[in-house]
Design a protein around this ligand. Structure first.
Ligand SMILES: Cc1cc2nc3c(=O)[nH]c(=O)nc-3n(C[C@H](O)[C@H](O)[C@H](O)COP(=O)(O)O)c2cc1C
Length: 433
């Protein structure tokens, strides 16, 4: 039995739940869409979502209702909604489960959002590797069209909403919202300079909202149970539940839905079953690979946007990666940097070149060839990347490195002093370049 009331994972937790349209409707699905189309104005919905305090679950935690309110109401041309199902952040796999196991929940949320912002066209940009998810979504969309839940004149309201799936080709950067738009337009996925923001010049230069899968999946529940109910879950400005993907050295890795604000201690030692082999905890990443690392002294910090930020990290995508005492932090930082260096789109020089230089230094420290001054050089390089790129990838890639030096400087120094990795003394490393 889960400890907390499930909202987003509730249907799929029922034995035998198939995620079909019939099963979803039996569980009360699409009632919220019918209700908004028959009884509520778009402005009403935006107000309700603002009152709920819902914030984006894709990474930045931007208030959802506020984002929608930036879409110009008097715009004559098309407006778009793009659902971000790219989910490429290492350690994060909650959108995948939401799509594969209960696709109509997110589709209903998507239709509600389209109505609220006046968009007749929606795209779901799904990570290229999600073969099953794409297939499940295509089938669910066909079912929904056959039942006139998408298409023309939904519930006799005169409202039209069309949706289709757009598959990515395996690039992490295409999760960044403007790179995602470029990719849908058939171009290379390179982030755009902002402003202008997508709410004004988005897909095909028309007003566009980009929302994460989990963000959209919350909408039917906010409509059915009300903004106040939603706002009563969680703490402070972090309302509702959150699906966290827990991975690494825990006994029970998996997706767990909890109210925002449970502590990391509860998440790791209670909900995820504690440390594998009961080994001591060394470090953890609270919000996907791009979130700065944290230490055991941070275990009692609540998992909410503000508290994690105050502690120097970020809630990000909700991917919690746990590392036990025998994990080499230099190796972990190097592993993360290999990913970021490989995924840099190459548009901005500090990110394209800097990520490679950072990686080279990490590589030599880990292999026992570190030199005096290398740690300072790493810090210097990172400072020259963060804030100097078109998108937030720059900050994302240096966060884990700078935090690993801040919390584990002595371990870096030991590698350099002893001319080997204390954890993998004979390791030969596979490098990306
Ligand atoms: C490098 C990078 C990768 C990102 N990847 C994702 C992703 O895979 N999924 C996602 O929802 N948001 C991702 N984001 C955040 C999006 O740009 C955007 O903020 C989000 O989709 C907005 O939806 P939300 O307001 O519902 O969170 C990424 C951002 C950056 C900078």
């Amino acid at each position: 039995m889960p400890k907390y009331e499930l909202v987003l994972l509730k249907n799929m937790a029922q034995p035998g739940y198939t995620g079909s349209l019939e099963a979803y409707r039996q569980a009360g699905g699409y009632a919220a869409l019918e209700k908004v189309l028959k009884e509520r104005t778009p402005a009403d919905i935006i107000e309700e979502v603002k009152k709920s305090g819902l914030r984006g679950r894709g990474g930045a935690g931007f208030p959802t209702g506020l984002k929608w309110s930036f879409i110009p109401k008097d715009h004559k041309g098309l407006k778009y909604l793009c659902c971000n199902a790219d989910e490429s952040e290492p350690g994060t796999y909650k959108d995948r489960q939401l799509i594969e196991r209960d696709p109509h929940q997110m589709l209903e949320g998507l239709a509600i959002c389209c109505y609220a912002i006046g968009a007749e066209r929606a795209y779901i940009y799904i990570r290229g590797e999600f073969d099953l998810g794409a297939e499940v979504l295509e089938n669910a969309i066909q079912e929904a069209y056959r039942a006139n839940l998408f298409g023309k004149d939904l519930f006799g309201s005169g409202v039209n909403v069309d949706v289709s799936v757009h598959r990515g080709a395996g690039a992490y950067i295409c999760g960044e919202e403007t790179a995602l738009l470029e990719s849908i337009e058939g171009k290379r996925g390179k982030p755009r300079i902002k402003p202008p923001f997508p709410a004004i010049h988005g897909l095909y230069q028309e007003p566009t909202v980009i929302n994460n899968v989990e963000t959209l999946a919350n909408l039917p529940h906010i409509i059915n149970r009300g903004a106040e109910w939603f706002a009563s879950i969680g703490i402070g400005k972090s309302t509702g539940t959150r699906v966290f993907s827990v991975s690494g050295h825990v006994k029970r890795p998996g997706n767990y839905e909890v109210p925002m604000g449970v502590t990391l201690r509860e998440m790791i030692y209670d909900i995820a079953g504690g440390m594998r082999g009961d080994k001591p905890l060394k470090a953890f990443i609270p919000g996907g690979a791009s979130a700065p690392m944290m230490k055991p002294e941070h275990l009692d910090i609540p998992l909410d946007f503000e508290s994690i930020k105050e502690a120097g990290s970020m809630l990000g995508s909700g991917g919690i990666t746990v590392m036990e005492e025998e994990t080499c932090i230099v190796w972990a930082a190097m592993n993360l940097m290999e990913f970021f260096h490989h995924e840099s789109c190459g548009q901005c020089t500090p990110c394209r070149e800097g990520s490679g230089w950072v990686l080279q230094i990490l590589h030599r420290i880990e292999q026992g060839h570190g030199r005096e001054g290398d740690i300072e050089q790493l810090e210097n390089l990172c400072r020259r990347i963060e804030g100097k790129t078109v998108c937030a990838f720059g900050e994302a890639e240096v966060g884990p490195i700078l935090s690993s030096i801040k919390h584990f400087r002595a371990e870096y120094e030991q590698h350099i002093r002893e001319k080997c990795c204390p954890f993998h003394p004979n390791a030969t490393l596979s490098m990306v370049h």
